[in-house]
Design a protein around this ligand. Sequence first.
Ligand SMILES: [Zn+2]
Length: 497
Amino acid sequence: MRKIFVFVSGVLISVVLIVSLIVIVRTLMNAAPNVSDTAHNSTHMTTADFVEVDANQAAQRLSKAIQFQTVSIQDRATQGNSEFVKFQDWLRETYPDFHAAVTTERVADLTPIHTWQGRIPTLAPLVFLAHQDVVPALGTDSGWDFPPFEGRIVDGYIYGRGALDDKGSLIGILEAANKLAISGFTPKRTLIFVFGHDEEVTGFGAKAAADLMESRGISPYAVFDEGGAVISGLVTEGAAAVLGVAEKGYLTLTLTSQAVGGHSSVPPDYTAIGALSRAIAALEDNPFKRDFDPVSREMLKALTPYQSFAKRALMSNLWLFGPLVKRSMLKEDSTRALLGTTIAPTIFNAGFKENAMPREAVAMINFRLHSRDSAQSVIDHVTRVIDNPKIKITQPESLASEASPISQIGTGPYKMIADVLGMSFPQTPIVPNTVTGATDSRFFTNVTSDIYRFTPIQTTAEDLKGFHGINERISIEAHKRSIQTYHLLMQRSGETP
Ligand SMILES: [Zn+2]
């Protein structure tokens, strides 16, 4: 008996030793890269490769772009086109060489498609997306330090609605392309620019552009759109280039609950509001599967070297500590959303009089689809969980989209972007990520699976709150670097097969 005990504890001690050894070795293998070691970002480029940019002039032009109130509101009928037309006239005047170099078509009335013909017709085109429209902004009494449509330049920052989302990117692209056109550059690979006008509401402009490409049999090398940035203080202490290699899908469902009306002094057993409330509570109690996927694993892998030793030990050994890491990701709304399809009840309408039973209660639930779910599997799940045939489940007339495919990570266009970022933002880890919001690029999954959601704009986790919030701003320095990065991207776009 004693012999068996000695044998079993011997085996156990060996197992613990071996596991500890594996954990330590894997942790050490993920040590932070040496400052002089830029191997993974090696580009053989120097700052001399940056195009010269007059930062103040570029800032003035972004400021002017912000002053056009190209606001998207949900009710398109009342919107009118005039501000968009004025904005596009100004773009043509301000970037004449670019507009002379491209051929321009227009879809959905207000979305231009500019095609800059490449020299080598066998190379698939590269598509740059940016949107002209912005979300509404209230004045200074809502908390803005400066009026949101004045484009004030203060203390090295350009303030205003659209500074980050997405006029910063739109103007950055045009500044870079115009400079290239002035220099007599012709791209090897055709460059296509699509500037949507309704990204913040429906994305009909981008959809029409993608449909047109599909009808012409154009399959781009890659599509670049907004979605990530060079962000400090978000996922690492320093800056990290967050690169969206996937995007969640989008689906809204309407739940309609009906019951008999009548006087509230003699209420029936089954009420419209009660049934609908139970249905929504059941959905919240039965979330979709949440787990790691290829993108979240790559994301953790990229972040691991920049963590403390303890965290590095956990993240380097997901085979052992996966459940622990997952549990900590589930605690934060922003990381929980990366692991599965989310359920968000956003509208609930019922009743009109305090003493009358409503005959109908209606709710809208917004889902952001993880790639392991489809719109149909979400509808099936909702139907099964609610388990009440008296509640009608329908889809409103808004555009739904499936989760995007996962773009190449580490190869192809990814490598081209990584090389350029390595030069523009040296010592900055590149972190592949899933974009949880919806961008115009979602319509392009029919023509390519390589979509990269990233603007080369350096910002902070704090300033990101300006996205659809107050005091949206971009630093003059970040705007300049963004122009230089777009310039490099366009210049090098023909270098990869
Ligand atoms: Zn945007």
